[in-house]
Ligand binder design. Sequence first.
Ligand SMILES: NC(=O)C1=CN([C@@H]2O[C@H](COP(=O)(O)OP(=O)(O)OC[C@H]3O[C@@H](n4cnc5c(N)ncnc54)[C@H](OP(=O)(O)O)[C@@H]3O)[C@@H](O)[C@H]2O)C=CC1
Ligand SMILES: Nc1c(N[C@@H]2O[C@H](COP(=O)(O)O)[C@@H](O)[C@H]2O)[nH]c(=O)[nH]c1=O
Ligand SMILES: [Zn+2]
Length: 347
Amino acid sequence: METQRAGSASPPLAAIKEGFQQAIKEATRKMGATAPNPAVGCALLDGEGRLLAVGAHPAAGQPHAEVMALEQARQKGVLEQARTALVTLEPCNHHGRTPPCSEKLKNSPVQTVWIGARDPNPQAMGGAEYLAEGASPKIVRFLADEPELRSLVQECKALLAPFASRVTRGRPWLTVKQALDGQGSMIPPQGRKTFTSPASLRLAHQLRRACDAVVTGIGTVLADDPSFTVRHVSDHEGRAPRPLIVLDRQGRLPAAWRQAREADGFHVEQCHDLSALPALLGQMGVNWCLIEAGPALLESVREAGLWDDWLTIHHGGKGGEDHLSIILREGNSENESPVQLLRRYGE
Ligand SMILES: NC(=O)C1=CN([C@@H]2O[C@H](COP(=O)(O)OP(=O)(O)OC[C@H]3O[C@@H](n4cnc5c(N)ncnc54)[C@H](OP(=O)(O)O)[C@@H]3O)[C@@H](O)[C@H]2O)C=CC1
Ligand SMILES: Nc1c(N[C@@H]2O[C@H](COP(=O)(O)O)[C@@H](O)[C@H]2O)[nH]c(=O)[nH]c1=O
Ligand SMILES: [Zn+2]
């Protein structure tokens, strides 16, 4: 679709890369606040490639990333200088909760739109074609067509993976987080609930914040009286109650635990059937789900293949630092996990 017009010099690739990184970072920090919508970022550059504005979609029903960035540029008085828009996701092309971003970009001074990933949502796709065709066409470029920017394609895909999973498979992206001590055991020392380093606990809480739901097992609830709160990082302000699902086949969930979690802002649900869980979460609009459970449920999850990436935190390594490994269930090693994005860009 690339249509390079005479006289429309493109900013250097280094500026495109830097702008995209800013957009991906902003969007990564909104993960966990946007469901059922995806986390999306947008950066605007001037003709020389200078960064003018960076926006991210804050929450469903609120403006999309493109509108956030255009509005930010307008408020700074630099909108007329905008020539290039870098969007992590193809601009939407439909009237959903908000008007189409493809139209907003068409009516802006932007000449070139770079797209990180195609929209997997059939209702919203087609923004690229709309921008490139018809009246006042824009130059539309895809990151994937630029070999030097391949790593950014992986980041945009990882950013989109939770939403893409729900839209295309009807179930969320499922991330398992498992902590192991030096002996390979998951069981904390007597009187403790966790044993990993402060940095690992921070990552665990970044994950809770970025996910739209948490799943655990009744064994963990009875053993630990866990809180599952986001305490080591600040949580998204004003977000709706986060679903907290407990796999519990015999109805052993203590009423007091449920009440305490609901008082903490969770929406607690019991689930009897692990195989029904993914669709249930999909129907709840959950894009990304964190599984924090003990060895029994994790064994069931592994057997059923109900996971997309698996974060293992090995505690007690050399130098006192934890060692982390992230495995993707499907896809090749070039692909990125959303967990890696959080490690790189999370706050
Ligand atoms: N290191 C770490 O990362 C973590 C460690 N832990 C530790 O793990 C320990 C608890 O482990 P564990 O007892 O294994 O607890 P789990 O959290 O794994 O819960 C186990 C329960 O999950 C339910 N379950 C398992 N498989 C299925 C299935 N296929 N369908 C429906 N329900 C299912 C069963 O409920 P039912 O009995 O009703 O059949 C089972 O008793 C604690 O000491 C805790 O501290 C916990 C979380 C993380
Ligand atoms: N042991 C262990 C984890 N375990 C998980 O954290 C839960 C406790 O959460 P909270 O009540 O919020 O402190 C616990 O019940 C289990 O689900 N997590 C980790 O990051 N590292 C650890 O070493
Ligand atoms: Zn949009």
